[in-house]
Design a protein around this ligand. Structure first.
Ligand code: HBI
Length: 359
């Protein structure tokens, strides 16, 4: 039960708008939303999730909303216009929220889109916004900043590095993230393989991990949704002899089974990764993380203890870190995940955010 709230909160969660929950298109924010729902309902709060039709999320009441999905923000330029398609699922979701808002104490937005921020002053109920990526476009920055300043304390982020990408960084609350660690089994004896997990898209820098695997001659297992087919085909064409194997987009239960068998996870973000959920999933399985010293992962990995932090964009840096994997203790990786990234730790951070926001 909640330590902070005597009476449970009624919270309406509004999902990302780029894909149905469970499709993988929502990337890390799908996992985050699942963790938020679990962490809060375990504490007695009642949650309802509004999401694009076709969404699947066990154990919570879902309100499916029809309509056309948003285009992904990270594929636009900084001067991208705000776009709303015909019969926008985002617009439909927030019209529903407007109609039912009085039944809830708090609304909780997960969409990285202009509309929910623009609508905030028009709503009677407070809206907590979880901003799931760093600065991407001028229009979004300006809109989020307006809310951050006028509605102090309502902007949540996943890392200090992510907050640093915004002018309004001092108005951001660092929630980090949290996961149901009971889903992840510790593996002490890995196979001779490396792992890379994520949306296969340019901002994730997969080509560097492939190049490093070819140099060290250790098989690289790749899991995640192929979001940019041309980018994937280019990697296959550029590295025809690399020891790589694509394992598809797996459910958490399947992913943790095969990820855990890896000697290390490689994280090669080109952009400022807001957090790096997969780093926690890896640590939870006892798998050390070799990551560029950039964005969220650089605040997660304990350099020399639970992984290695590497000069960004340096394949040679990845190679020398791979040669040092065996000096790391896999049990420390699991311990770090349990100490800081469990549902309990995340639930504490969420509740203290809401207490500050609501009072
Ligand atoms: N793009 N327009 C838009 N809206 C989102 O909610 C969104 C996105 N791109 C990526 C994304 N969400 C998630 O994959 C990340 O937040 C993790």
């Amino acid at each position: 039960m909640s330590q902070i709230f005597q009476k449970p909160l009624k919270i309406l969660l509004l999902s990302t708008s780029v894909g149905a929950l469970g499709s993988g298109l929502g990337g890390g924010v799908e996992l985050t939303l699942k963790s938020v729902a679990q962490a809060l309902s375990r504490r007695g709060h009642s949650l309802t999730i509004v999401a694009p039709e076709g969404s699947v999320l066990a154990g919570v009441s879902l309100v499916p909303i029809a309509g056309t999905l948003q285009i992904t923000a990270q594929t636009q330029g900084r001067d991208a216009l705000v776009t709303i398609p015909q019969n926008s699922v985002l617009g439909n979701m927030w019209d529903y929220a407007r109609q039912v808002q009085r039944e809830y104490d708090l609304l909780f937005n997960f969409a990285y889109d202009w509309l929910p921020f623009y609508l905030t002053p028009f709503f009677e109920r407070p809206i907590a916004h979880l901003v799931s990526m760093g600065s991407l476009t001028d229009a979004m920055d300006q809109m989020i900043e307006k809310v951050a300043v006028e509605f102090e304390g309502t902007i949540g982020v996943h890392s200090l590095a992510q907050a640093e990408t915004f002018r309004f960084k001092n108005h951001c609350r660092n929630l980090q993230n949290g996961f149901d660690l009971s889903l992840y089994q510790f593996c002490s004896q890995p196979k001779n393989q490396l792992a890379w997990v994520g949306r296969i898209a340019p901002e994730k820098g997969l080509e560097d991990a492939v190049a490093a695997a070819e140099i060290v001659g250790i098989p690289l297992k790749i899991w995640g949704v192929i979001q940019d087919e041309a980018y994937w085909q280019k990697i296959l064409a550029d590295y025809p002899t690399a020891p790589i194997e694509y394992g598809g987009f797996l459910s958490t239960t399947e992913l943790q089974q095969v990820l855990g068998e890896s000697r290390a996870l490689l994280m090669t973000p080109r952009w400022v990764e807001a957090f790096g959920n997969v780093a926690i999933e890896s640590l939870a399985c006892g798998v050390p993380v070799i990551a560029y010293r950039r964005g969220g992962p650089s605040e997660i990995v304990r350099d020399g203890e639970t992984g290695w932090l590497v000069e960004p964009d340096s394949v040679d840096g990845l190679v020398s870190a791979i040669h040092k994997i065996d000096s790391l203790d896999r049990t420390l990786c699991r311990q770090q995940a349990e100490a800081h990234y469990s549902l309990e730790a995340f639930g504490d951070r969420l509740e203290s955010w809401f207490a500050a926001l609501l009072h």
